[in-house]
Design a protein around this ligand. Structure first.
Ligand code: GLP
Length: 238
């Protein structure tokens, strides 16, 4: 069990270590409240010159459609992370910039490490319950619960976009390493459903149990690692 601060630092260290071991790593990066602490640590270490982002490639997991610039996830990542680093503009990728995000990711060698949050209904990125397990990057309608959860960044619920574009479940599952982070009691039930219950597209995060190297780190429960039984030691040796 750890605090939000410890969880954030742990995930930030995993990213920093990944970049240290492979300077041209491809990262899949989330938005939302959960990763803010991670980005705070990474920004600080980057400003201190401890992380060199010059060869790193960053791929946003998802973004809204039909919203103003300030509400895009591209803007969010720029504000909370990219602008504090030496990541070249050409290495910042977003699913809205191309009609074949998966080909772009493949051209760059595939995702090495993808960080995920989890929605209250089990969504990962914007893959809502019922999304096809073999989905690639696609446009999607957002569930009302997702719009409600994200409402605080907008003036009112009506201003929250109804559609987004997201890496698909197949895109995410192709990442060589996945770390899902969850914080706060309100995520406890869905994390238990996803990682102790059956694998089902009704809880998209549960598909991660079939992935070759996924870690679930929270500030309210013990870790989960998939495939089950994988040791922590094996995981940190990248
Ligand atoms: C959003 C994002 C997800 C994020 C999730 C949880 O809808 N598309 O990538 O992981 O919701 O967000 P939060 O961290 O704010 O709980």
């Amino acid at each position: 069990m750890s605090t939000y601060e410890e969880l954030s630092e742990r995930v930030a260290r995993a990213i920093a270590q990944q970049i240290k071991v492979k300077s041209n790593s491809c990262l899949g990066l989330p938005t939302g409240h959960t990763p803010l602490g991670v980005y705070r640590h990474l920004s600080k270490w980057s400003r201190e010159g401890q992380i060199d982002w010059s060869n790193v490639r960053c791929f946003a997991l998802d973004d809204y459609l039909e919203t103003d610039e300030k509400h895009t996830f591209h803007y969010f990542l720029d504000e909370h992370l990219y602008s504090h680093t030496n990541l070249p503009a050409a290495n910042k990728f977003n699913p809205c910039m191309t009609d074949n995000y998966d080909a772009l990711i493949a051209e760059h060698g595939g995702l090495d490490l993808t960080i995920l949050g989890i929605g209250g209904n089990g969504h990962i990125a914007f893959n809502e319950p019922g999304t096809c397990a073999r989905s690639w990057t696609h446009c999607t309608w957002l569930n009302q619960s997702t719009r409600l959860a994200n409402q605080d960044s907008f003036q009112d619920l009506a201003s929250v976009p109804t559609r987004g574009v997201t890496m698909g479940l197949a895109t995410i599952l192709e990442s060589r390493w996945i770390v899902l982070m969850a914080s706060g009691e309100k995520k406890k039930d869905i994390v238990e459903r996803a990682f102790q219950g059956p694998v089902t597209v009704e809880v998209p995060a549960s598909l991660l149990k079939q992935h070759a190297k996924t870690d679930v780190w929270t500030d309210f429960s013990a870790d989960y690692s998939f495939p089950s039984g994988a040791t922590q030691t094996a995981r940190v040796s990248l």
